[in-house]
Design a protein around this ligand. Sequence first.
Ligand SMILES: Cc1ncc(COP(=O)(O)O)c(C=O)c1O
Length: 366
Amino acid sequence: MPESPYLVIDPGRVRENYRALAAAMPAARIRYAVKASPVDELITLLAAEGAEFDVASIGEIVQCLDLGVEPATLCYGNPIKKAADIARAHALGVRRYAFDTEDDLLRIAEHAPGSEVECRFLSSAPESRTPFGAKFGCAPAEAFRLLVRARDLGLIVAGPYFHVGSQQLDPEAWRIGIGQAAEITDALTAKGIVVRSVNIGGGLPISYADAAPDLTAIASVIDTAATEFLPTATELVVEPGRALVGNAGTIHAEVVGIRIAPDGRRWVYLDIGRYNGMAETENEYIAYRFATDRDGDPVDEAVVAGPTCDGDDVLYQRTRVLLPTTLRAGDPIRILHTGAYTASYSSVSFNGFPPLTVHVSGAERE
Ligand SMILES: Cc1ncc(COP(=O)(O)O)c(C=O)c1O
C-alpha cells in the first residue's frame, strides 16, 4: 500500500470515457488536454485510441514525443508562449498552434513558418464552474482579422477556436460558441479562406457532488448547432481534459485530526489539501464527494481542511459537507472523481509535504 495520500487512476475507465465520447461525437476529432492528467500510461493509451493532444508547454511536448506520440497529432494550444518555445516546438516537429493576439501570431509566423493555426476568441458563453475569466481570447471580429493576417503571413488557417470554461454545466454554452464561430467562418469564406476546423474546446463536465448534464445531451446540442450554423465540410475538434480522466481517479487520504472550533464548528483535517492535489477547491469551485469506511453512521456538517500551516489551506467552509460524526484521526478517506487537475497541481514541497503520487491500476468504482 503506498503512503497516504495517493491518487489511483484506472486506465480502463479512461479508455471507456474516450470511446463514449467518440461514440457521442462520431464526426469530431478528439484532442486530449494533457494538462488534466499528464500521466505517461494515459497518453500512450489515448494515442493508441486515435486521440490528438493539446499541449501547453515544451515539457508536455517532450513528454508526448518521448512516449512515441506523432508530432503531427500535437497542438501547442497555449496562447501564452515565448518565441524561444515556439522555435523549440517547431524544431521538435509541432506544426499546429493556437493564438489569440497579433503578437503571438507574428512569433508563430517567424518561428514556426507554414504551420496551421487556430485563433481563440472569447465566446459569450455563460460562466462555468472553473471559469477562465477574461484571460484568453480576442473579440470575434479580431479573430477574423487575425486569421486573414495569418493567411497573409503564409500560415495555414485551421479556423476559430473557443473554450466555454472548464466544468461547463450549461449545454447552451456550446451552441452560443458555435454560432459565433460560424460568423467568423462565414466572413473568412467570403474572403476566399477555407476554414478546415472549428475547435470547440474543452469544458465537458463530470458529476461531482452536483450532477452534471449527460454527455450525450451536450453532444446533441453541439451536433444540432454545427448542422445549423457550420458548412458541412468544417470539421469539429473537441479538446477535453476533465471528461476523459476525471472520474477515473480516486484520492486515498487520511484524517489527521478533528477539532471543534471556538464557534462550535467541527473541523476535519486531512493529509491532503489545496497544495498537494486539491487545487480546484480554490473558491470552493469543485465540490468533491468523500467516502469513508464509516459511511452509514450518522452525519453532521464539517469544515474540511488540509494539513499545512497555511490559513488558505481549507477545502470547504461554505460548501455544506456532511461527514460521519464517528470519524476519527487515522481513518482512511477517499475523495472521488479526482483524476483531473489534482496530482500535477501539487506543489513540490510546500511546508515540506511531498507532491501527490499517482498509481495507475484498475480500481473499484464508487
Ligand atoms: C487550451 C485548453 N484546452 C482544453 C482544456 C481542457 O479543458 P477541460 O478539462 O475543461 O475539458 C484546457 C483546460 O484548461 C485548456 O487550457
